[in-house]
Write a protein of this length. Structure first.
Length: 244
């Protein structure tokens, strides 16, 4: 059996790219339209996405499963999650499909892995956008972090990590350390210097996060309670010794 401990996570950035260009009738070859400029950035971003997917080494027919070569948290994902534009006189119920829009906007969901510095990814965005004469910004309703924050996994430096690991080993369970591929509030705790770990004692359980029929066996649930109990008792004992 093995359990996953997440000592960090990919840094999520939600980005907006906006393009402006001349309008005109759809029957003409209008130059440097907003659509062309925006798609130039989108195509560069999707090329980067394909590169990262190849690094991950997934079988395209295997579905959303952990890779044998790398784990999802080891690479950077980028998805185009919003495209907005068009000329409408009724709030988007219908569009004038024969009119070239003067404005277009795209939204990106990016999860930057710790091996890629956020400054380096920012440089990529700057390069992609500047080549099309555009700029980008963080979605104003989000709170991006500009550094990666990881929890120390050297038990000599972080005794709390050793306590979790020992509690699992006593039950014959192997601990695997990973970068969590999605986002949790623990990234804000780590940014404050709190040595947070992501841990759910669910051995021999397929990863069904947000999938249909997400389930957990009774025996796994009860075993997890035992792991938490042993871990918490040792954490309290350690904290008690520190307070004396």
């Amino acid at each position: 059996m093995h359990l996953l401990f997440f000592y960090g996570e990919r840094t999520p950035w939600w980005l907006l790219v906006r393009a402006e260009g001349p309008t005109g009738h759809g029957s003409r070859f209008i130059q440097e339209t907003a659509v062309e400029k925006l798609m130039g950035v989108v195509n560069k971003a999707l090329a980067f996405r394909r590169e990262q997917e190849q690094v991950l080494g997934w079988d395209s027919h295997a579905g959303c499963k952990h890779s044998q070569a790398k784990k999802l948290g080891d690479v950077t994902t980028l998805n185009v999650t919003m495209l907005k534009g068009g000329v409408s006189c009724d709030g988007g119920k219908t569009y004038a499909l024969n009119v070239i829009p003067t404005e277009m906007e795209a939204g990106f969901d990016v999860r930057i892995c710790p091996s890629l510095a956020t400054a380096d990814f920012k440089a990529k965005m700057d390069e992609w956008c500047s080549s099309e004469g555009l700029s980008w910004k963080f979605a104003p309703w989000t709170t991006p972090l500009h550094e990666h924050y990881l929890t120390e996994t050297d038990r000599a430096k972080n005794p709390f990590w050793g306590i979790f690991e020992d509690a699992c080993n006593r039950q014959g369970t192997k601990v695997e350390r990973e970068i969590f591929p999605a986002g949790t509030d623990s990234r804000f705790l780590r940014a404050l210097g709190v040595q947070a770990v992501g841990f759910s004692p669910m051995a021999n359980t397929p990863t069904l996060l947000h999938e249909h029929n997400e389930a957990l066996s009774v025996s796994t649930f009860l075993q997890g309670i035992d792991v938490y109990e042993k871990s918490l008792m040792r954490l309290l004992a350690l904290q008690g010794r520190r307070l004396k």
